[in-house]
Design a protein. Structure first.
Length: 73
């Protein structure tokens, strides 16, 4: 479920850091794929307090580089 906080962040621009669980819902990429890509460096993401965060732009860039193709097509 996309929180109200995330909705506000997304309205401010595509460069807002969003939890991967919510990015999965927004982008249609499975959360497990995003977490794996973040963990091995294929997705530019930041881990804070055990939660991974990334931007919608970072997900799209990884898709364009086909960095997530191996797991998600």
């Amino acid at each position: 479920m996309i929180t109200q906080f995330t909705r506000r962040l997304l309205k401010t621009g595509e460069y807002a850091l969003v939890p991967l669980a919510e990015l999965a819902e927004i982008t249609g990429v499975p959360r497990s794929t995003l977490r794996r890509a973040a963990g091995d460096g294929r997705l530019e993401a930041h881990k804070v307090g055990g939660v991974w965060y990334a931007t919608q732009v970072a997900v799209e860039q990884a898709r364009q580089r086909k960095d997530m193709r191996r797991v998600h097509e």
